[in-house]
Write a protein that binds this ligand. Structure first.
Ligand SMILES: *Cc1c(COP(=O)(O)O)cnc(C)c1O
Length: 366
């Protein structure tokens, strides 16, 4: 079976360094908010090209904390609206609604899967305070039109950078383009911890300082609480693991591009639409997502032939029970995407033989 993602094989590449890191943390006797976190935060900030990186418990919390901080700072208030793509993982919406802000869904571009800047202005009201844009599948979703809209309406631009570690556009790296960004280090992400982890990046000193307190009970100084904060910390063990994997991420991105370029060149089947690449150098290929009218049938066929695939995602947020108030809305592009997408096996550890086999099997379909 060709696995969709072989995490064991991915982490086995760094076995020695990961075990050294874990021994170091165990022996240190210090497990939260210490040197490992500090080191990783500095290294991750410089990797993204920003002044501040703050480790938190997971990607959802990273986004939640950004909105929470903006509310504490008086930039937003409960009931304000945030524009978010209708074609995203539900965490993007949860981060907004958890803060009693209102997600306003806007359709993606049918080809890139990312928020369609041409549709944003129509969705803006006097309550709109921010755009949460998602760099879906590893490709930057921000264009000049989006930046212009943000300055024209004085909106905060927040990046959901959960799938785009190291992605670039016009010389800027994911997590450094907007006012703030939420990153996830969920094990299956391109930079994956061995458990849950996340980070906020920003160049805004006041925002960074507020989030620094909010992630730790709203406290800058032990037992003095400025805000009603959360407990959302990135522990020393995960920080140490992430620092190991960050050292190898450029190599990992290269490996992903090799696979994606092979698929782009060698999958030739009339019933399959390949993903559209806006800038080839900048895409980090968290997922390689094809579209086909016969998605479910193709997935079964692939499985029968030993190829494991996944669907990202089968049900759009506005059709989820959790957002029952949105169930009546129609987003035809989003719904079509959710009905037609299929993610192929992709990682830096998949072999040349394996991807060759995937392409041949796909080309023999029908
Ligand atoms: C993974 C993901 C998140 C959430 O990250 P967690 O670390 O799992 O909380 C948010 N947004 C997107 C687009 C994601 O893919």
């Amino acid at each position: 079976m060709i696995k969709f993602l072989d995490l064991q094989k991915i982490n086995a590449q760094y076995e020695k360094e990961l075990k050294e890191a874990s021994n170091r943390v165990i022996d240190s006797g210090w497990y939260l908010m210490g040197k490992e976190l500090n080191d990783f935060e500095q290294n991750y900030a410089s990797f993204c090209g920003v002044k501040y990186a703050l480790g938190v418990a997971n990607g959802l919390d990273a986004l939640r904390l950004i909105f929470k901080a903006y509310i504490e700072l008086g930039v937003m208030q409960k009931g304000d609206e945030v524009i978010v793509p209708s074609n995203t993982y539900i965490a993007s919406l949860l981060a907004i609604s958890d803060n009693d802000l209102i997600p306003v869904l806007v359709e993606p571009n049918n080809e890139t899967f990312n928020l369609d800047s041409r549709l944003i202005e129509n969705a803006i009201t006097s309550k709109t305070k921010a755009i949460l844009t998602v760099h879906l599948y590893g490709q930057i979703s921000i264009d000049q039109q989006m930046l212009d809209i943000c300055s024209k309406y004085n909106l905060k631009l927040i990046e959901d950078a959960a799938q785009s570690h190291g992605a670039q556009s016009k010389g800027k790296t994911s997590g450094s383009i907007g006012d703030a960004a939420g990153h996830s280090f969920y094990p299956g992400k391109n930079l994956g911890a061995l458990g849950d982890a996340g980070a906020v990046t920003t160049n805004d000193k006041v925002l960074a300082n507020t989030i620094d307190a909010l992630r730790n009970y709203g406290s800058h100084k032990k037992y003095e609480n400025e805000y009603q904060g959360l407990n959302s910390r990135l522990d020393e063990l995960q920080a140490a693991f992430l620092d190991v994997k960050l050292k190898h991420i450029q190599q990992d991105i290269k490996g992903r591009r090799r696979v994606a370029n092979y698929y782009l060149k060698n999958i030739k089947n009339q019933s399959i639409i390949l993903p559209k690449v806006v800038n080839e150098e900048g895409h980090v290929w968290h997922l390689f997502v094809i579209k086909t009218k016969e998605r479910d049938d193709l997935q079964k066929y692939l499985l029968k032939n030993g190829v494991q695939t996944l669907i990202h995602y089968p049900i759009p947020p506005h059709k989820q029970k959790a957002y029952i108030e949105y169930n009546h809305l129609n987003f035809p592009i989003t719904e079509q995407i959710h009905n037609e997408v299929l993610s192929l096996p992709l990682s830096a550890v998949i072999t040349g033989e394996e991807i060759e086999k995937v392409a041949i099997i796909l080309n023999n379909y029908k």
